[in-house]
Design a protein. Structure first.
Length: 100
């Protein structure tokens, strides 16, 4: 569904957590500012903002790649877990088990 919003709307959140973890899907939709950032980290953030403004199609592709990468990591984790489960429940010679 579509809804109207004010382009000047800004939402700021703070946390006392020293190293909060956010999913990649969240990270591509918000700007995170770490006050313990290094000059290189700030430069990367500024470059990301510049690319988003100057080349929005490239930024959308980057965001899609970040989400795809997170999905691939999750799928890899599921596959690894499944393999470990099969190995732990294997009876006899694992080379004879077709599922493995």
């Amino acid at each position: 569904s579509t809804f109207e919003y004010n382009e000047d709307f800004r939402f700021f959140m703070t946390t006392k957590l020293p190293n909060p973890h956010y999913s990649p899907e969240i990270c591509v939709q918000v700007t995170l500012l770490n006050f313990m950032a290094t000059p290189d980290g700030l430069e990367d953030q500024m470059l990301g903002i510049l690319v988003a403004k100057e080349e929005p199609d490239i930024e959308k592709k980057r965001q899609a790649l970040v989400v795809e990468s997170a999905q691939n990591k999750a799928q890899l984790k599921e596959i690894e877990d499944r393999i470990l489960e099969l190995l732990s429940n294997a009876k006899g010679n694992i080379l004879d088990d077709d599922e493995l």
